[in-house]
Design a protein around this ligand. Structure first.
Ligand code: DAH
Length: 324
């Protein structure tokens, strides 16, 4: 014999007391209201009854149905409103990894280089990217007829400003504001109207270094650059100092490292600060000496990671960036 509505109601109450989770609750709901649930079956029976009995039986069933629906609704909220299909929390399943960003290889190279020089007592500073001709050229002892000043080599604005073509501008900015002794490192973007190809970009990054004090000698420059390059490329790295020319340093050098079977590779430019540069910022050249150096970040990142095309750095392609 089928259970009466009354016994079913009691059974529902008892079972509801035993519901301890969203999962139990869903089983409870299906047992009574599901396609083959007890209440659903009673409804089928209703159809078979003679018309005069249907009304009172129908009312009883509806009441039971309402009771169950309300119970399910209110208990569901107490389980944090989980949806009907939500499974219980299973702590044995592997976690869901949140998407996690990381440093761009240019940023991490800058950070690493700054970290090395900070240990040598250098402060990391920055300067503007929109500059005056004075800071980008004149104060750096670059004559008016120097080809770098040409519109083909520098981006000029309509307001007689320019996009700095080297971070050496920050040497001037710092010396204008501060008296020696100073030891600074200035990473940042620089701009040149070069046609973009595998090794050129109209924008790239440099780091500038400057040390000024009363007793700084060329040997200090050599020592610091040796320590730095060995720290960055490994302590067996072979280093070569080669005479060169820059308007803002005298004497000037370029520094090469030995790179496997590719031989000597140029890594940075450097030299003793030219007395004319000190005069431009109001330093007494006979009282102070200093040295400066500048290097390109992309080139170093490309060497260290074996990247053959500079354009990869700027395309924001995750397949490339995820490798670092
Ligand atoms: N500014 C130079 C360049 O862009 C790099 C450089 C060379 C910086 C020698 C220096 C230096 O401070 O002493 O090519």
């Amino acid at each position: 014999m089928k259970p009466s509505v009354k016994t079913l109601t009691e059974a529902a109450r008892a079972r509801l007391n035993a519901v301890k989770s969203a999962h139990d609750l869903e089983e409870f709901r299906i047992a009574f209201l599901g396609k083959k649930g007890a209440v659903t079956e009673l409804m089928q029976e209703l159809k078979a009854l003679p018309p005069q009995d249907r009304k009172s039986f129908g009312l009883e069933i509806n009441e039971l149905k309402k009771f169950i629906e309300e119970a399910v609704e209110s208990r569901r909220n107490s389980f944090g409103g989980e949806s009907e299909t939500a499974a219980e929390f299973d702590e044995t399943l592997p976690g869901v990894m949140p998407p996690c960003g990381k440093r761009h290889p240019i940023s991490s190279t800058i950070e690493e280089i700054c970290g090395i020089f900070q240990r040598f007592g250098f402060d990391v500073v920055s300067g503007p990217e929109i500059e005056t001709e004075f800071h980008n050229f004149s104060a750096l002892n670059i004559p008016l007829d120097h080809p770098a000043r040409d519109g083909f080599d520098t981006f000029y604005t309509s307001t007689k400003h320019l996009l700095r073509s080297q971070t050496s501008t920050v040497q001037i900015r710092v010396m204008e504001k501060h008296k020696p002794p100073l030891r600074i490192l200035a990473p940042g973007r620089v701009y040149r109207p070069d046609t973009v190809d595998a090794s050129h970009s109209f924008m790239f990054h440099q780091i500038e270094g400057l040390w000024v004090d009363e007793n700084v000698r060329f040997s200090d420059l050599k020592g610091i650059l040796h320590l730095f390059l060995r720290e960055l490329f490994g302590d067996k790295t072979k280093i070569r100092f080669r005479p060169h020319f820059f308007p803002f340093t005298e004497p000037s050098i370029e520094v090469d490292i030995q790179w496997g079977d590719r031989g000597w590779l140029e890594i940075l430019g450097a030299g003793s600060v030219h007395p004319n540069v000190f005069k431009e910022v109001g330093y007494e050249p006979r009282q102070y000496q200093g040295f400066a150096f500048g290097l390109g970040i992309e080139r170093i990142a490309m060497l260290r990671h074996g990247i053959h095309d500079i354009r990869y750095f700027y395309e924001n392609d995750l397949r490339f960036l995820k490798q670092f």
